[in-house]
Design a protein around this ligand. Sequence first.
Ligand code: M6R
Length: 614
Amino acid sequence: MCGIVGYVGPKQAQGVVIEGLRRLEYRGYDSAGVALVHDGAIASDKKAGKLANLDKAIADAPLPESTTGIGHTRWATHGAPNDRNAHPHLGQQGRVALVHNGIIENFAALRSELEAAGHDLLSETDTEVAAHLLESALSGGANLTEAMQAVCRRLEGAFTLVAVDGQDPDRVVAARRNSPLVVGLGEGENFLASDVAAFIEHTRDALELGQDQVVTITRDDVEVTDFDGAPAEAKAFHVDWDLSAAEKDGYDWFMRKEIHEQPRAVADSLLGRRNEEGFLQLDEMRLSDQDLREIDKIILIACGTAFYSGLVAKYAIEHWTRIPCEVELAHEFRYRDPILTRDTLVVAISQSGETADTLMAIRHARQQRSKVLAICNTNGSTIPRESDAVIYTHAGPEIGVASTKGFLTQIVACYLLGLYLAQVRGTKFGDEIASIMAQLDRMPKLVQKVLDGADQVHELARELSDATSVLFLGRHVGYPIALEGALKLKELAYIHAEGFAAGELKHGPIALVEEGMPVICIVPPRGRDMLHGKMISGIQEVRARGARTIVLAEEGDDEVTPYADVLVRLPQVPTLLQPMLSVVPLQLFACELATSKGHDVDQPRNLAKSVTVE
Ligand code: M6R
């Protein structure tokens, strides 16, 4: 989603703002712009396309020097991604420049009102109305902070707004509702951004703005109020990762780097979860043992890859706790009137912690008095802040739009939750939990072993780069991995890919199979005898119809050999842990195939890293 940066301090704002935007590129965008305060006026430029287009435009027509500025990378919602709709937007007289992330739902009414009052709106965006309203409030005598408060009171929907006033050279003002905004606290300089990556090279001290707050930054001061102007408090935090975590470290893509970081990410997510007696302890579990004993239903809600981690987790949580467990897409859950009680535990899984669909779903669950627990990778983001409890994954920043280490660590966190519930409710003995934890402790090494075999998968990906359709088959916990493998291929390589439960094939999808079509099959460990045999039958069925079978199976599984055109070996692990290994070749496959097609792997077309609109 849109990236936002604001700066006031001694440095040249243009450089700080554009570098900040570069660090937010991963969020996905289709145009970019910057506005600077200079000599009592606004100087700005904006261009459709990548930041390179803006760089070129500024090189051709340089902007003046300035130490106060704002910038924006836009992911189009209202209006096409062209120069005109790019941000910043200016007020009627060009005195104010404004950038925005989110959707202003009542913009049509506001636009009509402005047009009736003689305003000329130049773009098709919802944002421009806010710029005009802001400038009108300034003309009425308010300062920029007061004007922002007044405008926010009139807006409906989700927004982060950041603005500068050409006649107020040392002040940047921002506001947020249902959309992320953080303040970076420097020495004699301050920053605003949609996330800390934008200013991490300058400061790791930050403030997280609360809901419906306005913040004013000057070089030496930060002031927070609510929309009515009453003083408010924002929460201070320290970013515990540094610039190197937000850089590629010699990899061609962030995604590839993040795939290779998975052994460490899994290890970090398991770290510190046991007390001296070996019992599980989850620091941010703010629900009491009594609360947890009363739970009679669990609903896991999420979107995209996070949803698939929930699908994997359902098998483990039900098995370990015997609590009925449903998994649902957050946007479907929110609008279907689900049956929720005080004894329902709603688990929201989100890497970013800002996904609007998931956020709206947990708000609904809390209104119904259900308990909400967040599984999240982003410290201080909105979803954990609005939940009763949280289990943070410790994957480190995930920059690639395609989620990889986020997914693996979500499975770890869900498993920790399942085992913790089993411990509290006594559905597993302590030694059984300890034994599963010991198996989990081996996973970083085993994930590394799968990564060591990357060459085989890369070669296969390059060979299949002309494929127009790829199917993925799995059963049990292999089924969500088939879905995830297909999603990765769709979003990165833009080729048709579908994941199926292998047992469903014969009920229709097998009609898709034709001569030479690659079908990727995830074979469960032999420990699950019945599943294993049935999966092999499924492979035979597609092979008999001409499919080229690429089979992922555990080491020592010789039964599959006759049915595999390509065999990718996985270390032996218990069934429930296999997803953490089988997904890795699928991530490598999608990344390499997209690379060989010349696609931008970190910023696939039409996608945003965190989707902050419903
Ligand atoms: O930040 P979240 O985990 O809430 O994001 C959910 C999905 O938008 C995300 O997983 C998306 O599907 C990714 N592009 C998948 O790679």
